[in-house]
Write a protein that binds this ligand. Structure first.
Ligand SMILES: [Zn+2]
Ligand SMILES: [Zn+2]
Length: 723
């Protein structure tokens, strides 16, 4: 520390000495420059001439002048330089008569910059970094915020089973679900999901969990298990699975493994992985390591091949619910709830990790998928003369099976549109997850040749995604279909929170084309509904599930912070699990399940996010911050060309402004900046240190001039070329 300071002081002293030595030179050059008058813009008849004239009037109003060479950091021990500096500025002002005055204090600009950077930081780092604030009464520390000292002091208990959520807890939005379970150096992983980035992250498509801890512990990972094939559980496979290679076994149901393989096949080099398809109805206890084993349990959700997982550990069973819903009249094989109860009776559950998605929705599901199917049929009857276009989540393959059935019964054909839709149907057919009536599915290019009353299309875009099929059909950029007034469009979904404005705009676009739009939840408008069934349990379902499982300990997962907290309150207040046996954790918290079946928090691992764009390329967080900054304030580049020999400016500085001000309308401001830059370079600079200092000063002064004129602080980039 001390050395660094000393080195910095030496560096600065050397710089100042060099400058002092050159002062007579600088002065001479400055005077020469005055004579040369190379910047014709300011000459009579030049572009900036009026600035030179206009100065007389405005000068009195303004209060402060930017000194072209002045710099705060050099003030202290360089009285001589600053004197000259002032002289230079004064000389410039006098001779050129250009307004370099500003009316704002530098402090105002600095304040503006600080607020802006706080906003940008808050927007770009909504995910969990460092130690998150968590003063929930279930936080594992009696409602007190954990400190860095506590985390550093944490020592692992040798006999503890450690449950570590790597992603999916307390984020903004639900996603990147991933949980590690560790016992004496043996690690198993459950799920590897992505989180879709909101508009807050410009140019970012999705995030995956930071794999730093996994990299450090790669040798210890004994198995990777997947509950189901939704992207918030498998989306990160192509980024994370290649770390592990063919030795680590990967377990999932046949549909889930099919979807993972499909995703891995998109990699340029498809890695050799060790896949194992599991049939949960066989109740097989899969040995994963010396001390850990697991059993998959068939449970219902909105995708085929969905499971809960029981991990058997030396300290008792851990039940990870995965995503689930109750269904009284399911299309799929009924849930293997009896097996869950059987394990409860024979072995018990030491810890239940239960998903939290719909904890805020009261009651229980009021209808079944069959009702949704029947209502699709009613749409086809009501609007029998036109095309029916049904938009839903591409993973809802059971619903797609219903659409096929209803269409076939009415002599309609069905085509699929959208990359993920076609992929999912393919994998579902291969995994025999759906049954398809004969001669019903057609290719898009063939179905459009049929009369409208024979056409049914199932497509993506129910969330209003700009680039999805539905929007392309509206704008006319879809290859085969343009929406027309006789079309009927069904939204067989609810908008995910945050997507509402996009859905609204898509619906508006469809209505403008004169089409019929039938949305779930708007039965009062169309007399048709319901058209969607959520894949996640409602509040009363959770009460029943947790009551039935009788877990010793409870930990909500798969949810934003408020969902986790509400889920924990439900467990304590309704089910009656004691507070000390409930933990609301964040990504990275280490939760220890002890041999006596108590739980507590004990330290943290490093967690974070990796951001990816829609070409699957990583985006650095600093880039995202710059993008947010530029989107608010713009970017401003000044390019100075100096002579290699003399170190002096040899042409008028170039100025490039993007997303900030339109240059053609800002002659006065640009003239002012050009003039500042000229005055600033009225001396020879030679060394790299000089150039560095000059760049910093230009950046600061130009920012101040721009802030003064516009109230904004774009990113200012000075570029100095030597030719
Ligand atoms: Zn799911
Ligand atoms: Zn999920």
């Amino acid at each position: 520390m001390e050395n660094k300071k000393q080195a910095e002081a030496n560096r600065r002293a050397k710089l100042l000495k060099m400058r002092a030595e050159r002062l007579p030179d600088i002065k001479k050059q400055f005077e020469e420059n005055q004579k040369r008058n190379f910047n014709a813009n300011f000459a009579p008849g030049g572009k900036d001439e009026k600035l030179v004239r206009g100065r007389k009037n405005s000068a009195k109003k303004t209060t402060k002048s930017i000194k072209p060479v002045a710099k705060k950091s050099t003030k202290k021990n360089n009285a001589k330089t600053s004197k000259i500096t002032k002289a230079t500025a004064a000389a410039t002002d006098k001779k050129r008569e250009v307004n370099l005055l500003v009316s704002t204090r530098k402090g105002e600009m600095v304040h503006h910059q600080r607020m802006l950077s706080q906003d940008v930081n808050a927007q770009a780092t909504q995910h969990i970094i460092g130690i998150p604030v968590n003063k929930s009464r279930y936080n594992g520390y009696n409602g007190k915020q954990v400190t860095m000292a506590q985390i550093k002091a944490a020592r692992q208990h040798r006999d503890a089973v450690r449950v570590i959520p790597i992603g999916g807890l307390g984020e903004f939005g639900i996603g990147k679900n991933m949980t590690a379970i560790e016992y004496q150096g043996e690690i198993i992983l459950i799920d590897m999901g992505t989180l879709f980035a909101s508009e807050d992250y410009p140019g970012v498509n999705y995030m995956v969990p930071d794999a730093k801890w996994l990299e450090d512990n790669r040798e210890n990972v004994k198995a990777i298990l997947f509950t189901h094939a939704h992207l918030d559980h498998i989306g990160a496979c192509k980024h994370l699975l290649p770390y592990f290679g063919p030795l680590v076994p990967i377990y999932g149901t046949s549909f889930t493994i099919g979807m993972i393989k499909k995703q891995m096949s998109e990699l340029s080099e498809v890695p050799d992985m060790n896949y194992h398809e599991v049939d949960p109805l066989k109740h097989e206890n899969i040995k994963l390591s010396e001390h850990l084993s697991a059993e998959f349990i068939h449970i219902l959700h909105s995708i085929p091949g969905n499971t809960s997982i029981v991990v058997r550990t030396p300290n008792g069973n851990i039940l990870l619910s995965g995503d689930w819903r109750f269904e009284t009249n399911p299309m799929d094989t009924p849930a293997d709830y009896d097996r869950m109860l059987e394990i409860r009776d024979k072995e018990g559950y030491a810890l239940l990790l239960n998903e939290s998605t719909n904890i805020d929705t009261p009651g229980t599901h009021p209808h079944s998928e069959y009702d949704v199917g029947e209502n699709m049929g009613r749409v086809m009857d009501h609007y029998a003369n036109g095309r029916v276009i049904i938009s839903c989540f591409s993973s809802q393959v059971k619903r797609i099976e219903l659409v096929l059935k209803e269409a076939a019964a009415r002599g309609r054909k069905v085509a699929f549109a959208g990359y993920s839709m076609i992929n999912n149907v393919e994998v579902a057919l291969r995994a025999k997850a759906i049954k398809v009536p004969k001669n019903t599915i057609m290719k898009m290019e063939d179905i459009i040749k049929l009369p409208d009353d024979k056409v049914t299309i199932v497509c993506t875009g129910s969330q209003g995604e700009m680039n999805a099929v539905l929007n392309r059909m509206i704008t006319g950029s879809h290859r085969h279909i343009k929406i027309k007034a006789t079309d009927t469009i069904v939204f067989s979904s609810n908008p995910i929170p945050g997507n509402e404005p996009k859905v609204v705009s898509t619906v508006g676009g469809l209505l403008r084309e004169g089409a019929q739009v039938i949305q779930n939840g708007k039965t009062h408008l169309t007399n048709i509904g319901p058209l969607h069934l959520s894949g996640h349990a409602y509040f009363e379902d959770h009460v029943k599930f947790v009551t039935d499982m009788q877990p010793k300990n409870y930990m909500p997962y798969h949810g934003e912070f408020y969902m986790l907290q509400h889920n924990a309150e439900m467990a304590e207040n309704i089910v009656g699990i004691p507070k000390d046996h409930i933990i609301v954790a964040d990504d990275g918290d280490i939760v220890e399940l002890m041999p006596d079946q108590t739980i507590h928090k004990n330290g943290r691992i490093h967690v974070g996010n990796k951001l990816y764009d829609d070409a699957d390329r990583q985006v650095n967080e600093a880039v995202v911050k710059d993008r947010i900054h530029i989107s608010r304030e713009g970017i401003f580049v000044v390019i100075l060309t100096l002579s290699k020999k003399t170190g002096r400016l040899i042409k008028t500085p170039d100025i490039v402004s993007r997303a900030f001000i339109y240059l053609d309308n800002s002659e006065e401001l640009i003239g002012k900046i050009r003039h500042y830059l000229r005055a600033k370079t009225d001396r020879s600079i030679a060394s790299e240190d000089d150039i560095k200092t000059m760049k910093e000063e230009i950046k600061e002064d130009v920012t101040h001039i721009l802030f003064d004129a516009t109230g904004h602080t774009p990113i200012v980039i000075p570029v100095i070329n030597k030719v």
